[in-house]
Design a protein. Structure first.
Length: 330
């Protein structure tokens, strides 16, 4: 089943709340970049609402260490357009009055008027660009080789607000959602249109879907995760310092390797090689070719019926990765 491109107002609202927290400054401190004109306009439009309770709640959740994937998943309990949270679906970590706070900000700021009509303006342009970038793409077959519960429908929400440097993803019933930003350009230039580099747009969406599925998949194999997490992954110390938790280290390696495979099979070797170079610059490791080799080995054994799911292969993956990397370094 091909990807569906759709702008969801609830996700737009979450991005607008994030725009008024300290997140935009954190992004610039980490890596100065030009942002979409709409992202700047959002901060200007909401400048009087920086201390609104809905924004302060978002800030508190960020400071608690909760991931953006988790925070944005709050939209799955929100009705639209009433912005009332279904109590049975509201996550335990979410304040009971957050939806009420959102409702007040939404109408007090006239945010929907600011967004404009659905068939014009920057959101419409982004939606059309994203359509062109992922036209006729089907990511489910490859994901289904590694994950046992892949939803039938995958939605790509083009996100021209915040965050500007990472995709956000979550499961919404029988669907997977990924809010994907446009590619950051050089210096202070605005980001590239989504269809300027389809490989980037597809790679970001694919990686975000894989991250969401990986979290759920590994919960099914606690013993294998416990065993694997006791062993050190072949990554440099700087990378380990940036990602001190085993899951985060493993997730970056696994998702980068799987995305490399996806790009090669979908768009060709030139795009996959470019992605490997980008990953090396971003993370400082040279282990990605070995990761791809080991994941390819799993695919073959999975096709032969030796493994029913990647979780069963987890401890073998770590051993094979260390051996493969040593051989490549000879």
């Amino acid at each position: 089943m091909t990807l569906t491109v759709k702008v969801d107002d609830r996700i737009r609202l979450m991005s607008a709340l994030l725009a008024m927290t300290t997140w935009p400054m954190q992004e610039q401190d980490e890596k100065p970049r030009g942002i979409h004109a709409h992202a700047r306009a959002t901060r200007q439009h909401l400048r009087e609402f920086e201390d609104h309770p809905a924004v302060l709640t978002m800030q508190e959740l960020l400071e608690s260490g909760r991931t953006l994937d988790s925070i944005f998943s709050y939209v799955t309990c929100l009705q639209w357009p009433g912005l009332r949270a279904r109590s049975k679906d509201r996550p335990d970590w979410a304040p009971a009055d957050w939806s009420q706070q959102m409702r007040d900000l939404m109408f007090s700021s006239r945010l929907q008027d600011f967004w404009g009509e659905p068939d014009e303006g920057p959101w419409y342009d982004a939606e059309q660009q994203a359509h062109h970038a992922v036209d006729a793409v089907d990511m489910r077959p490859l994901l289904s080789e590694f994950f046992t519960r892949v939803p039938d429908e995958m939605i790509l929400h083009p996100n021209i607000s915040f965050p500007t440097g990472q995709a956000v993803a979550f499961r919404w019933g029988k669907r997977l959602f990924a809010a994907v930003p446009p590619q950051i350009a050089w210096g202070n230039n605005p980001p590239w249109p989504y269809d300027e580099d389809p490989a980037y747009t597809q790679g970001e969406a694919f990686g975000a879907y894989a991250r969401t599925l990986l979290r759920a998949e590994l919960k099914r194999f606690p013993e294998q995760v416990e065993t694997a997490s006791q062993e050190t992954l072949p990554v440099p110390n700087a990378f380990r310092a940036k990602f001190p938790e085993w899951f985060d280290q493993f997730a970056v390696l696994f998702i980068s390797g799987l995305t490399t495979i996806y790009l090669e099979e979908t768009l060709g070797p030139a795009e996959s090689k470019a992605y490997v170079v980008m990953a090396h610059k971003a993370h400082g490791f040279d282990v990605l070719p070995a990761v791809v080799d080991v994941l390819s080995r799993y695919r073959q054994q999975h096709a032969e019926g030796k493994f029913g799911a990647f979780g069963e292969y987890l401890t073998a993956f770590q051993r094979a990765l260390r051996v493969t990397q040593r051989l490549k370094n000879l």
